[in-house]
Write a protein that binds this ligand. Structure first.
Ligand SMILES: [Zn+2]
Length: 76
């Protein structure tokens, strides 16, 4: 599959092209709104309700997979 899929993604708010963030599997960013839209199963969630502020994203808040505690995933 060509990597041009993201070229056609537009921000639902301002209609700017969205760019991939560091991990393209988890989000695309609107550089104008500074909002990041999560990508779930290769499907970008282009809804303002799902958008995460870029600042919050960089602090580790990804929205889609909230982890209340670093040790929560540890199984015994
Ligand atoms: Zn935007």
């Amino acid at each position: 599959m060509p990597d041009t899929q993201l070229d056609i993604l537009l921000c639902p708010r301002c209609r700017q092209n969205l760019l991939t963030v560091l991990d393209p599997q988890t989000g695309v960013i609107c550089p104008r709104c500074r909002l990041i839209y999560p990508v779930l199963d290769d499907v970008p969630i282009l809804a303002e309700d799902a958008a995460i502020a870029a600042g919050a994203w960089l602090m580790g808040i990804r929205g889609s997979t909230p982890e209340p505690s670093p040790n929560a995933g540890e199984k015994r």
